[in-house]
Design a protein around this ligand. Sequence first.
Ligand code: SF4
Length: 383
Amino acid sequence: MPPLFPAAAQVLFLINNLGLYIHIPFCTQKCSYCNFYSFNAESNLIDSYFNTLLGEITAKGKTVTRPVSSVYIGGGTPTVAGGKRLYELLNTINKAFNVLPNAEITVEANPGDNLVDILPFLKKGGCNRLSLGVQSANQTELNLLRRRHNLTDVENAVNIARKTGINNISLDLMLGLPHSNLKTLKTSLDFLTGLNPQHISAYILKLEQGTPLFKNQANLNMPNEDMVADQYLFMCDYLSAKGFNHYEISNFAKDGYQSRHNSSYWQLCEYIGFGPAAHSFFNGKRYYYKPNITDYISNPTAIPDGDGGSEFEYIMLSLRMSDGINSAEFKNRYGKSFSEKFLKTAETLQKNGLVNINGQNISLTNKGMLVSNSVINLFTEVL
Ligand code: SF4
């Protein structure tokens, strides 16, 4: 499938258009590392939720005329809701909003779900991109993470997607897992790239408070910081050698297949979120819904969260991307140049191998991406 948009045209296109995010907070079982808002739900709760969601989407669509260039249905595990409900959801979005004919429409899926039945509904609803939570190609790691799928499920899921005509495939991977090393990581990378996906998202495991992995950490053989750093840098080189562009800290894509939806967040473009825990950035303001499905069903009112698009946000989000920040763009947006202190900070970080300065552009190196939070903090402190 050819890229939906040539890369150069994508940024301008994103700025003028709108993204939609829909949160489906259901999962059949909780993964051992997960602290997202998701839970196992009875069918009647899923139905009530979809009723509210479809009503909200229809009502909002009546007040918004801007063209929609990306739709992202995430979770949770959207495929837990089944094909019919997801088709109805996609259909409602298409009727309510001005979804562009070439919009990127992504649905997250669990390879362990019955995708033979579900994916034809997604395709019929316009889905053209599937994001599969693979995480690892080592069964012992999958068991430890309490994932529901095995490797055959993943291979089948990719084959079914392609047979159904959903050819733009993104696979998720995790680094820094208990007992992991470069050899186990390479096994996963070999497996994932062997499936020829267009996109790979790779996240370093963070032990979140309250999760089973967090509680059990004393018994886990966690790789230390240096070992995790080695894994990250190894992965960057590996994926680059396989033709993936490292376009964001945790995201890698073949030419023309950067996630348009996620890129729009990092490029400070606007989006509307639906569902508990979903966030929006619309008409210059940020909003969010409380992570509570009962509240959402009884009173789906988004809570204002201040202005969006500040200098701070621009630096924080744009530096996540390999394109980085640009002084001309900054001046265009905020009417001023980077301060002396800011440029001095960039020069110091360049000497330490953490940033690249290329003309008007400042971006993080792979080493800088590894410690992105600290590097970005140094920049935002001298804004
Ligand atoms: S599938 Fe995703 S959202 Fe659901 S429990 Fe696992 S990590 Fe959390």
